[in-house]
Design a binder for this molecule. Sequence first.
Ligand SMILES: [Zn+2]
Length: 476
Amino acid sequence: MSGENVIMQVIDENREDLIDLSDRVWEYAEVGLQEHRSAEDQARFLEEAGFEIDMGVAGMPTAFVASYGSGKPVIGLMGEYDALPGTSQKLVPDQDPLVKDGAGHSCGHNLLGVASLAGALAMARALDETGAEGTVRYYGCPAEETLVGKVFMVKEGLFDDVDASLCWHPSGLTTVGLGSSSAMNSVKFRFFGRSSHAAGAPEMGRSALDAVELMNIGANYLREHVIEQARIHYVITNGGGEPNVVPPEAEVWYYVRAPERREVEEIYQRLLKIAEGATLMTETTMELEFLSGCYNTLMNRPIAEMIWNNMEKVGPAEFSEEDETFARAMAENFSAEQRDRVIRRVREEHGVDLGDDYLHEGLLPPVEPKGRSGGGSTDVADVSWVTPTAQFSTACSPLGATGHSWQVTAASGMGIGHTGMLQAAKILGLTGWQLLTDPDVLKKAQEAFEEDTREEKYVSPIPDGTPPPLHQLPGH
Ligand SMILES: [Zn+2]
């Protein structure tokens, strides 16, 4: 049997086990760096399939690498399994948390991890069947939502010998995106003042909260004088205790994003000056905690083309009647505007009319992105700067359901998500297999990578000696 036939067959044959694994991770719903059971179950699954497991890599207990085969080339498939706080949801189309205030898989990372794992498993069985040379690796990457896992894994050198890597993401649409993502820094500014009775002796106090507020005012004035695509957002994570105590300590958490890494660096340096200015105005001191940073994504064109070809080979998803009914019922719970916006965007960008669809059952061909990207960030980006990388999405949730919402949590734990996950697994397996066994396509991917990185080399955004932010977790 050809390697490609083995890939398709292994995923079909393991269908129930893969769904079961994904559902378990969905139920655990563990947030970033706490994904102990999720990582453990995935590692055990691959260990039983003959993979060699390296658990707790790059200083993170929930990060692991699973390898199968030997020698070159080395092809990496990336998986994630972190959930998001406050988005717990039962498998029903109306909002109803499974665990009150609990976390949920509202970004579908339970599907993300298991599809990549399934692709790696299928490639391993194809290696057995064909006797081909090469190594397949599954990267168990924790804490994607906080942009921690892969950035620290890259810094540790875990991707240095990888010849090409693949990732994907659950979405409402099945397509290959050619656009990038924003580079970003995530930093906490902690100010220290002097407490005092706010009414009795206000002149004795120096308010750390004042420093936070003045810093935010400075940052809000900065907005007018940065590039349009930049994004600066913050939350006050500590604003003091009671109004009658001048806050001796206060903290604000910032994200700075821009289309390219050097632009983030530039804006970040100016933000540091603003923080410094706030300390001068308030006679406070400041301590800075750099949590993480990431690059913008380099999408490898030759691999993206392979993915598209394989997407056509695997074909569009076929959702069950039950899934369709569920999606329709769910659509009544969000504004028609949400669904309309997606349908309008697809019409504008792809020239495809999704009409009355509630679930996307087609394939949208890749289109050139318009202008430079803004928007969200991903730590897949950092891998894309050290090895040729491409990613895609498959439909795993109803059209118009937004990421990080309870709607996506529900879809990720049922037929809708399972269907998209198994489709993604096949696309990953086939593309990975071609990269592993066809030296010509791998060479093309690597040449494109050389070209893309000729002028700018990757420098980890993480300052040397910075540990993964494990101490941020409850109980640390
Ligand atoms: Zn995600």
